[in-house]
Design a protein around this ligand. Structure first.
Ligand SMILES: [Ca+2]
Length: 308
């Protein structure tokens, strides 16, 4: 090979390797672009599916309400090719209404204070700590800045937390309140709500919530709560469940009463709609209040919405 031929070959080799590097770079960019657009497409699809799930759930709830059904907690799961949609309806009034603890004058309201202390004790919390938490919620929520108890739990108690002196706005506020903390909040959050008309639904409340509603707290009261759950799950008792006093028919009822703030008709529900497309998921949580419009038709008023 001549010297000239050698240098031409070298130039061709250099040129080819530059072209190859450029081509690899362009290919990489195209792949990233394709992945980005695919991921964007999946996000749009997941969003649309979650919105469909929400409409579907609201339709189901409206129809069940029009039929005056007592059983409004429901869930459905649908797979469409590689996509899935899941929605569920939960009764917010199955839970304890936290913002009814303090009345408009800033006092602990009866019987909510007693029920809440019981609810905390059912979680294994000592009466002393439960009373501290109750006073701390009072100082957190009432308008005044006057400490309750020996030292109280107004602003002077906290270092890095601002006491709002108004009813709870987010459930997550609870974990910052004196005596609660992250661990108890995680256990407590499924038993408490901010969305309620103050009544607790005995057809949907958990055994633990039912137990906190039973008075007096005497021997076998927890077993009575378990018997209540078994009673309402028996299809033979379906007709009885239209009155909150059905618990009087449960074995052992002569020894117990329930606090009067009970119902069998709820007005607040949370709807969760979750869609998955590929590796992307999109969830919408909506809390609705049941109301009636001018034509006296049932409407679902949104009171809280969260996307995650
Ligand atoms: Ca206060």
């Amino acid at each position: 090979m001549s010297r000239e031929q050698g240098s031409v070959l070298l130039m061709v080799l250099v040129f080819t390797s530059v072209l190859f590097t450029l081509a690899l770079g362009i290919l990489g960019r195209i792949q990233t672009y394709v992945q980005d657009s695919k991921s964007y497409q999946q996000k749009i699809q997941a969003n649309a599916l979650a919105q469909c799930g929400l409409v579907w759930a609201k339709l189901w709830l409206s129809r069940a309400l029009e039929k005056k059904s007592l059983f409004l907690e429901h869930s459905q799961n649908k797979t469409l090719g590689s996509n899935t949609v899941f929605w569920s309806i939960q009764d917010e009034q199955a839970k304890f209404p936290l913002n009814f603890l303090i009345d408009k004058r800033g006092n602990i309201a009866a019987p909510y204070g007693q029920i809440f202390l019981r609810l905390l004790q059912e979680q294994g919390i000592s009466l002393q700590r439960a009373q501290k938490i109750l006073l701390a919620i009072k100082d957190w929520s009432d308008r005044d800045k006057l400490n309750s108890g020996d030292n109280g739990f107004e602003q002077s108690y906290y270092q890095n937390v601002l006491v709002p002196n108004r009813p709870l706005f987010f459930l997550g506020e609870l974990r910052f309140i004196a005596g609660v903390g992250k661990e108890l909040f995680q256990r407590l959050k499924k038993y408490v709500t901010l969305y309620s008309n103050g009544k607790i639904n005995v057809n949907t409340a958990s055994v633990l919530t039912l137990a906190s509603l039973i008075t007096p707290k005497e021997r076998d009261y927890f077993k009575f709560a378990q018997r209540m759950k078994a009673y309402r799950e028996n299809s033979l008792h379906l007709e009885q469940l239209t009155s909150p006093l059905w618990y009087n028919r449960v074995a052992g009822a002569k020894n117990f009463k329930l606090y009067h703030c009970i119902t069998v008709r709820s007005h607040y529900f949370s709807i969760l709609s979750r869609a998955k497309t590929g590796f992307t998921s999109y969830s919408i949580k909506l809390i609705v209040k049941i109301a009636r419009n001018k034509e006296n038709k049932i409407i679902l008023q949104p009171v809280f919405r969260e996307i995650f």
